[in-house]
Design a protein around this ligand. Structure first.
Ligand code: ADP
Ligand code: MG
Length: 560
């Protein structure tokens, strides 16, 4: 039964403008169709929805009386009293959408409850006619000329192409969230999506055909599909969350999602995921935002850790599928020659994390896996491509990027040196660096910082003179380091602490050139230092290790 909500209830439900443009109309209408129990929904647009929007469903439909009341303000069949919103299984409950759409368009609703069948016409909120009209069980809603009577808002609609794109984005969310419902979506007679009833997997492939490797996952509160870390976008449009079936945009969820991938992704890479979070209704507040796009959990930690755990578990499947082959012949022939037929891909150990405490979390787990005492890095050590050292551990095979490791060690040392009073070396012949106007200005502005870091700098007409430098920095690197530091300063304001990091960073990067030879003794020393100091990433957050556990190897060779 559709009824008008008492004023006391209306005032307690966060209300908002539900009709923003064609996309929000489509969203509201499709939600209503789903709420009506439809398993087939058709969406059609003309002119990106600006001239015409149709949503047709085969749900339970409405009787004549229901039709009339449905388009009034705050009428809903979905709740009676405020508390009902906590055990809601429908999208709607505010009873706002139909009346709001009716007020700003020419609206035709044709509906059949299976017993009777009617057509209601409303223009700008006024009922024009209601008459018997044939329709199969279900409802068709047609919205003509959205905002025809609100020119100010009509003017703000974007081009048909943009409006249509926004509708498509909404439709994609429904395609992903309701595989059990067949969805046909057309614009100007062109079929954009025809999603037949199917599985989430099929829907995922339909919306993200570019993703070739993905897996389903299931935790306590969370389930869904995530892509292999090799498939990613440069933004987060491939990460879609539903809480209790509702699409939500929530910064925390994005970040929790990527924490789950941890070691497996680098900055700027955002893997795909369609994630459903379903929790007991009393633990979530859906009534926070009028667009219902944000949610509040009453037990966020529990949910976040479930997401992380479930993703961690799920991405293992990608890792163990990766193939790597060590050519046995060349292995014996020469320890320095190493052939991989395929990229050695495995658990990259631990992600870029500047956050110390977070890192120590990881460190412990890492050391549990790779108890340093048990690593025999003395004998079984292989240098690959003048870049990597391969060695055996108790629990698996490790590959260390020794440039990155070297960089990290140097970086730590430089930073430590900067923390003490910097011991400067006075130069008999100052180092001259050519400098333009803005370059000089930046140096001038940061002069006290440079001084405190042990660089004594004098600004001349067309150049700067470096009179003294920290003792622990290679002289030949000074111009490059200062140049790089200025480049960074040009991009954004930096504190002296940040400047210190930048200089340490540049200094160690410049000191470690790729392609240099490393002796076995040096490699051993490096591995030991890295393990002793519990270092996991290079100064830029790249991992130092790659590991394939023996379990993964056994799995690959089908020995388990
Ligand atoms: P709400 O969805 O919040 O209840 P709406 O304004 O969207 O509010 O819809 C008002 C009422 O109209 C709904 O509660 C429902 O009873 C009825 N209704 C709307 N669309 C449909 C539909 N497609 N099929 C059946 N009933 C519908
Ligand atoms: Mg609704």
């Amino acid at each position: 039964m559709i009824r008008r909500l008492p004023e006391s209830v209306v005032s307690r439900i966060a209300a908002g403008e539900v009709v923003i443009g064609p996309f929000s109309v489509v969203k509201e209408l499709v939600e209503n169709s789903i709420d009506a129990g439809a398993n087939s929904i058709e969406i059609e647009l003309r002119n990106g929805g600006k001239s015409y929007i149709k949503v047709k469903d085969n749900g339970h439909g409405m009787s004549k009386d229901e039709l009339i009341i449905a388009v009034k303000e705050h009428t809903t069949s979905k709740i009676e009293k405020f508390e009902d919103i906590y055990k809601l299984s429908t999208y709607g409950f505010r009873g706002e959408a139909l009346s709001a759409i009716a007020r700003v368009s020419r609206l035709i609703i044709t509906s059949s409850s299976g017993v009777e069948s009617h057509r209601l016409e409303i223009i700008g909120g006024r009922v024009k006619s209601i008459e018997e009209y044939p329709h199969s069980r279900g409802t068709t809603i047609e919205v003509y000329d959205l905002f025809f009577n609100v020119p100010a808002r009509r003017k703000f609609l974007k081009s048909a192409i943009s409006e249509q794109r926004m509708v498509t984005e909404i439709v994609e969310k429904f395609i992903l969230s309701t595989p059990q419902i067949s969805i046909l979506y057309k614009n100007e007679q062109e079929i954009i999506y025809h999603a037949k009833t199917g599985t989430l997997k099929e829907r995922f492939t339909l919306v993200f055909p570019e993703v070739k490797e993905f897996t389903e996952m299931k935790g306590t509160y969370v389930s869904g599909i995530i892509s292999s870390p090799d498939y990613y976008r440069k933004n987060r449009t491939g990460q879609i969350f539903f809480v209790q079936g509702r699409y939500v945009v929530d910064k925390m969820l994005y970040s929790v999602f990527e924490t789950g991938y941890g070691e497996a992704i680098t900055t700027g890479r955002h893997p795909y995921g369609v994630i459903f979070i379903n929790i007991p209704p009393e633990k979530v507040d859906v009534n926070v935002h009028p667009q219902k796009l944000e949610v509040k959990f009453s037990n966020p930690k529990e949910i976040y850790s479930d997401i992380i755990r479930t993703i961690r578990e799920a991405i293992k499947t990608f890792i163990s599928k990766k193939i790597y082959i060590i050519n046995e012949h060349s292995f014996k022939e020469s320890q320095k020659d190493y052939i991989t037929k395929n990229t050695f891909k495995s658990q990259q150990i631990f992600q870029s994390t500047k956050n110390e405490s977070e890192e120590n979390k990881y460190v412990e787990q890492f050391l549990l896996n790779a108890n340093q005492k048990n690593i025999e890095y003395k004998n079984n050590l292989l240098i690959i491509k003048k870049r990597y050292v391969l060695f055996e551990g108790e629990d698996g095979i490790y590959i260390m990027d020794f440039h990155a490791a070297h960089e990290r060690i140097l970086y730590e040392e430089l930073l430590k040196n900067f923390e003490k009073k910097v011991d400067s070396l006075n130069l008999i012949v100052p180092i001259k660096i050519q400098a333009g106007k803005s370059f000089k200005e930046l140096i001038n502005e940061k002069l006290p910082d440079f001084t405190s870091l042990g660089f004594e700098i004098k600004i001349e007409k067309n150049e700067i003179l470096v009179l003294s430098v920290p003792r622990f920095i290679k002289l030949s690197l000074v111009p490059e380091i200062i140049q790089e530091a200025v480049n960074e300063l040009q991009v954004s304001e930096k504190s002296s602490k940040e400047l210190r990091h930048i200089i340490a960073d540049k200094a160690c990067k410049a000191a470690v050139k790729t392609g240099y030879d490393i002796t076995f003794e040096e490699a051993q020393k490096l591995i030991k230092t890295v393990f002793d100091r519990k270092l996991l990433t290079c100064p830029h957050g790249r991992p130092l290790f790659l590991k394939i556990t023996y379990t993964e190897i056994d799995k690959f060779f089908e020995r388990t």
